[in-house]
Design a protein around this ligand. Structure first.
Ligand code: GNR
Ligand code: NI
Length: 166
């Protein structure tokens, strides 16, 4: 297993639209394992393949306190959304920035698991927020794009300044 490099906003590669996974094979499972190690090391509660520069429809989530409940979503689709709710979000690709984003309150998702088996999941609370945040990454969208142009440009400048310091 390996800890992978996470792309930082405003890296243009974060705006790549991910392609469906054709076959859930050993290569995909190796990427899942590396992404899990990367997410736990960060630490974060979710990670989309886009963030590690792999532009396929794959995301992982672990919202458990004990960090032992990895959930894998391959080729996810939201089949139902209900309600609205604001939540303070952060992103491993925008370190140190936390802003409120309004999304659906609950979602029902269909996806494949790490064995290529189809499942359906109804999510609410943090899991619902996280699924929507990660699915946005697969569409090339970062959560700061929900903020006002002024906030977004301040965040962009802060991130560029930080990356120059490294
Ligand atoms: O670790 C993460 N925490 C988080 C908190 C509130 C809303 C969304 C998230 S996802 C984020 C990890 C990440 O950037 N995933 O793309
Ligand atoms: Ni993110």
């Amino acid at each position: 297993m390996a800890v992978l490099n996470i792309l930082n906003y405003p890296d243009p590669r974060l705006h790549t639209v991910a392609k469906p996974v054709k076959e859930v094979d050993a290569n995909i499972r190796r990427l899942i394992d590396d992404m899990a190690e990367t997410m736990y090391a960060a630490p974060g509660i979710g990670l989309a393949a886009t963030q590690v520069n792999q532009h396929i429809q794959l995301l992982i989530i672990d919202t458990s306190e004990t960090k032992d409940a990895l959930q894998v979503f391959i080729n996810p689709t939201i089949i139902e959304k209900n309600g609205e709710r604001a939540f303070e979000e952060g992103c491993l690709s925008v370190p140190g920035v936390y802003e409120s984003v309004t999304r659906a309150e609950t979602v029902t998702v269909e996806a494949l698991d790490r064995n290529g088996e189809k499942f359906t999941l109804h999510a609410e609370g943090l899991l619902s927020v996280c699924i929507q945040h990660e699915m946005d990454h697969l569409l090339g969208k970062v959560f700061v794009e929900y903020l006002s142009p002024l906030k977004r440009s301040r965040i962009k400048n802060k991130m560029l300044k930080l990356s120059r310091q490294k």
